[in-house]
Design a protein around this ligand. Structure first.
Ligand code: SAM
Length: 471
């Protein structure tokens, strides 16, 4: 939908790199003690859920002054703790991201409110209400592990050809960042058809078959998927895939695509074979399997082998590993198991920080900017601003009041817009950019490969007929 709804996830966007995912409630089932019902408390003020329900996505919402009603002192301490935690999270984010976006700390919002007075001042802040997209979820989800970020998963989903109808195997699920993105990839085509009013013929929906061996992570993800209405699209299984493979209730997910974000993907690869079981040396240890000897799975008969893959289509895989040694082992096992078109890619996404260098006399002079009378005037005016007083050089020798130095951030969007109206923004200084250092952009190496469908007796016969080949 295009508006926020009760009991649905929405993203409360405070500023760049600071978002709070929130399930909006029209009543206070946790009995927090606010007369307004449930309230999102942030360093930019308080936002009762009721003021956030039914708004078009993207709305800017001003903070409210909330009535703390029956809230006791302990509850207030909890609130302060949460604000402190939020401030810490923000400080952490700011260490790497210094750009201003929307809320301006210096100008309109104080830090974490220390008392009632500050709380009232905090009410002048605002948030933007954003829709729950995989991108917004990725940047706001509670981290339980390292996660796959949008630049990587958009490329991965494209390369493994995830689209409506695709069955994707994913392991490990971790914090569910990739899970949410892949759920949209296998589903969204259907939604688009419905939106066009042309959903006459039913299309096969794909599914994400997700695996996670850490019990709490598995439980938490299941809960989140329920809250986000994705249970039907994603099936999470609590499982060590290196030991037990990818069948679900003994049946094949029929996967067309696979994504492995595991410390040792090469141990999971033998389970991703086609109908022929993997060669004995590469077969995983499966204690308790009939015919198991010395930890090497010896299948009684090949017929017992069930492949988790779609038997009729090429299967596209991506493995995600931070170290090159992991890549080497993965590629080596892929080769032995018949994967082809093996390729490694590294996504190097950089954020460029665009800043306006305010021209002081010194650096202006260094850049040879003091060459025209206009530039000299500008530089002089700046010097005067710094000193705070200005003796007029006009005949009357009067002392001229100089505007107090504007200490607020010159990159504040409103200021820039104001300057634009005066058509003078270039006078604020040169636009320069800085990119993040190389090392920060390394996430992981992506290994892609394809497992072709098996060549069956039927295929052989068909080919011989087609090409008229006699035995
Ligand atoms: N891709 C995830 C995301 O975007 O949020 C993050 C995955 S995290 C880096 C790796 C996860 O794999 C961990 O949660 C870990 O518990 C799980 N894991 C590691 N070995 C596993 C195995 N053999 N079977 C199932 N899960 C495993």
């Amino acid at each position: 939908g295009s508006v926020s709804k009760t009991n649905s996830l929405s993203i409360v966007h405070l500023k760049r790199d600071l978002q709070l995912p929130t399930i909006l409630k029209d009543h206070d089932e946790d009995n927090e003690g606010y007369s307004e019902g449930k309230v999102v408390n942030t360093r930019f003020g308080s936002f009762p859920h009721t003021t956030l329900i039914g708004l078009p996505w993207g709305s800017q919402v001003r903070a409210s002054i909330v009535d703390t009603g029956s809230r006791g002192r302990r509850d207030k301490q909890d609130e302060k703790k949460r604000k402190r935690e939020e401030a810490d999270a923000e400080e952490h984010a700011n260490k790497t991201r210094k750009l201003e976006d929307g809320n301006d700390d210096e100008a309109s919002t104080p830090g974490a409110a220390k008392d009632e007075k500050e709380a009232v001042a905090a009410a002048s802040g605002f948030i933007h209400l954003l829709p729950p997209t995989p991108e917004n979820w990725t940047s706001s989800l509670p981290h339980r592990t390292q996660v796959v970020y949008t630049p990587d998963y958009s490329y991965i989903l494209h390369r493994i050809r995830a689209r409506p109808g695709t069955n994707i195997i994913e392991a490990g699920a971790g914090s569910g960042s990739f899970t949410h993105a892949s759920a949209r990839a296998v589903f969204s085509g259907m939604a688009r058809e419905e939106a066009n009013g042309s959903a006459t013929k039913k299309r096969k929906l794909g599914k994400v078959w997700s695996f996670e061996f850490h019990e709490q992570r598995h439980e938490k993800l299941q809960l989140e998927l329920q809250e986000h209405g994705l249970e039907g699209l994603v099936q999470v299984t609590h499982r060590d895939v290196c030991e037990e493979g990818f069948l679900v209730d003994g049946a094949s997910p029929g996967a067309d695509a696979v994504f492995l974000d595991l410390p040792a993907p090469w141990l999971a690869l033998p389970h991703l074979s086609r109908s022929t079981p993997p060669p004995p040396k590469l077969r995983p240890s499966a204690p308790g399997t009939p015919g198991d000897t010395n930890g090497t799975m010896e299948l009684a008969t090949p017929q017992l082998w069930i492949s988790p893959l779609n038997p009729t289509a090429p299967v596209h895989i991506c493995t995600f590993s931070p170290c090159i040694e992991q890549v080497q082992r993965t590629v080596s096992v892929m080769r032995r198991l018949g994967w082809v078109d093996i390729e490694m890619v590294e996504i190097s996404q950089k954020r460029f920080e665009i800043r306006r260098d305010r021209i002081g006399i010194e650096n202006g002079a260094q850049r040879g900017l003091l060459t025209t009378p206009a530039n000299v005037d500008e530089a002089l005016a700046r010097l005067v601003e710094v000193e705070g007083t200005f003796k007029s050089f006009h005949e009357n020798g009067e002392k001229v009041e100089v505007k107090k130095k504007d200490k607020s951030n010159p990159n504040n969007r409103e200021k820039i817009l104001e300057s634009l109206v005066d058509n003078k923004v270039y006078k604020e200084g040169n636009l320069t950019h800085k990119s993040e250092p190389e090392v920060k952009t390394h996430t992981s190496y992506l290994v892609f490969a394809v497992l072709p469908p098996e060549w069956s007796e039927e295929d052989e016969k068909r080919a011989r007929r087609t090409w008229d080949i006699k035995i």
